[in-house]
Design a protein around this ligand. Structure first.
Ligand SMILES: O=C(O)CCC(=O)C(=O)O
Length: 293
């Protein structure tokens, strides 16, 4: 495994200022091509190897057309490697229309613990230094995933802020999002409402419901619905840092190209982690970036 091509120091003052202004920051060429290849190879192996017969066929639904995913397979995935299907991978009668390796929307949520190639690019001195640049005192990695955006059927990810899902008091989530393939407006790339983290608080929360499952509580602040998005092109190997309150989304992928990305999220360990969040720490707790040598 090669080291990231950048120095293992943190962000420059200009990069920090841009992140604070825009709510996101693109760092091209963060991973070299052999590292990207090894991560793609690991992703493909995971997709080929998971058993279909014992899988509950959980789909990753974002709550637009079906209730948000919230079954046990999802709720217990925080310390495991689980596989969530694309909604469009099934016929109306529930039959799988694609080979399983081309039918998965995302793999999550403990790749940074259980998969050596992903752990090796997550728990790094570089990422510890990036987090320190963003004023984290005790950065903890709490979830990680590969989002596949499969050709033709890759589902959209509607506009959201990550602190809705990973709430701390005060809010502190930051996403680290790595393109493993070129992510463009054509294959479901990322789009941002630039500066929106400065315009809105965390009005809506995604929580475990008392009656079981998951759901949204509260309401987005006024104006959020009318925000406009700029679509980015991020070349493979690029890293995008995402402020926990910036609105972002990705579109459906109807192209013939997949769009594999790897993302993990960090929260401030000194802030109160909310017990209503869907994702709760296992007995090991969340991974401390400060423990990285
Ligand atoms: O990559 C995507 O499609 C969306 C990722 C995202 O919104 C997130 O990780 O918060």
């Amino acid at each position: 495994m090669s080291e990231p091509t950048h120095s293992s120091l943190g962000l420059t003052p200009e990069q920090i200022a841009k992140f604070q202004e825009d709510g996101f920051l693109v760092l091209p060429d963060e991973l070299d091509s052999s590292t990207v290849e090894s991560l793609l190879k690991e992703s493909r192996t995971l997709l080929e190897d998971f058993p279909l017969d014992s899988h509950p066929l959980t789909k990753f639904s974002t709550g637009e057309t079906a209730p948000h995913v919230g079954d046990d397979y999802f709720l217990t995935s925080g310390d495991k490697i689980h596989f969530f299907f694309e909604e469009a991978a099934f016929s109306s009668s529930g039959e799988l229309l694609k080979p399983k390796s081309q039918a998965i929307n995302k793999i999550g949520h403990a790749l940074h613990v259980l998969s050596a190639p992903f752990k090796n690019i997550t728990l790094t001195a570089r990422n510890r230094a990036i987090a320190a640049s963003l004023a984290f005192k005790d950065p903890r990695v709490l979830q990680s995933m590969v989002i596949c955006k499969q050709p033709e059927i890759g589902g959209p990810c509607p506009s959201h802020m990550d602190s809705t899902f990973l709430y701390t008091d005060p809010p502190s989530a930051v996403g680290f999002w790595y393109a493993l393939e070129d992510a463009t407006p054509n294959n479901g790339g990322l789009g941002f409402a630039r500066g929106s983290h400065r315009r809105y608080g965390v009005g809506k929360r995604f929580v475990r419901l008392a009656e079981g499952g998951t759901g949204f509580q509260g309401k987005d602040e006024e104006g959020i619905e009318g925000e406009e998005f700029e679509d980015l092109t991020v070349k493979k190997g690029g890293l995008v840092l995402i402020h926990g309150q910036v609105l972002h989304r990705s579109t459906r992928n109807t192209s013939m190209d997949s769009r594999f990305i790897y993302t993990f999220h960090v929260i401030e360990g000194e802030n109160k982690y909310d017990e209503k969040n869907w994702l709760q720490p296992g007995k090991e707790g969340f991974s401390r970036l400060n423990d990285v040598a």
